[in-house]
Design a protein around this ligand. Sequence first.
Ligand code: PHE
Length: 357
Amino acid sequence: MDDLRAKYIDLIAAADSEAALEELRVAAVGKKGEISLKMRELGKMSAEERQVAGPALNALKDEINSALAAKKAALADAALEERLKGEWLDVTLPGRPRRMGTIHPISQVMDEVTAIFADMGFSVAEGPQIDSDWYNFDALNIPGHHPARAEMDTFYMHRAEGDNRPPHVLRTHTSPVQIRHMEAHGAPCRIIAPGRVYRADYDQTHTPMFHQVEGLAIDRDISMANLKWVLEEFVKAYFEVDNVELRFRASHFPFTEPSAEVDIQCSWDGGVLKVGEGSDWLEILGSGMVHPQVLQNSGVDPDEWQGFAFGMGIDRIAMLKYGIPDLRAFFESDLRWLRHYGFAALDMPTLQGGLSR
Ligand code: PHE
C-alpha cells in the first residue's frame, strides 16, 4: 500500500494536464484501477486482516482522490494565470477614440438652432420636400401671375401626358410648413421647421438644394416686438456673443404684412468676420407678421389670431459661424473637408453644455 501511495502521489504531482490526471484517476481508483482491484481482494481476506486492510485502503483511496482534486484545481489556476498574463491590459490607459465619421456642419447647425428655439418653447414641425403648388405658392398668397413665383427658379415635377392638374414642385422654401401645421393643429402654435429646399441656381453662394428653417408663432396678441426679442435671443445664443445689434429693414413678402429683412451687426476687420462688433451688416433672414389671408387659407381666423413668421438660410448661418467660404463644399462629400469642418458625433449641442464646444 505504501508503494502504491508513493507511486500515485508522485505521478499526480508530475501530471501536467487534466487529461494526464484523468488517466491517473482511471489507473488508480477507476473501476479496474489498482486500488479498486486491491479492494476487491478484501473479500478473500480473513475478518481480522480485513479489519486492518479495509480502512487503510479506504483511506488511501480518499487520499488519492483529494490529491487528484487538489492537482486539478492547481492546474486550472495555472491555466487562468497563464491566460491573464497573455490578455494583460492596462485599464488606466486613456481610451482610443474610434473613427466613426463626423457630424456635417449643416446637421450640427440644425441641432444648434433646434436647441435654442426649443429653449424658447418652439417645437419642431416637418413637411414634404415635394409639395403641391397650393402649399408652396397659392396658400401663401402667391397667385399664379405673381412675380415671386417666377423669381423662385422653381423645379417642377413631371405630370403624365394628358394630366392637366398643376404640377407638384420641389418646395422652394420651408414656408409651406406654416400652412400644413396650422391646418393640422390650428392656433395657438409655436414651431420651427428646418429642412431642405430647392431652387434652380448654382454659383459660389447658391446650390440647387439648400436648407432653411422656418419659424411660426401664432397667438392672440403676438406682435413684431415678440419677433424682435425672439430673433435677438436667437442670434446671441447662436453666435455665442453677449450683445449684437439687429437691423430690421422694411421689405416685401406676399405671405407677411408688414415684412422685414433682418441684418446682423458685424465687422470684417482683417478679413475675419466677427458678429456683434463693428458697423457692417449681414442679411440673415426674412420675416414679418403672418398675412391674414395666409391664416384664412390655413383655417385660422385672422380676427382672433395673429403672429409672426420668419425664414432663415441654415447654410448661410453655418458659413458665417464656422468660417466656411464656399457653399458648394457642403454638398461635395469630400472627406478631408468633412474631417476639417465636421463635429464629434457624440457631442450634442445644448445651451447648458455649450453649443459648439
Ligand atoms: N420664405 C421666405 C424665403 O424663402 C422667407 C420668409 C419666411 C419670409 C417667413 C417671411 C416669413 O425667402
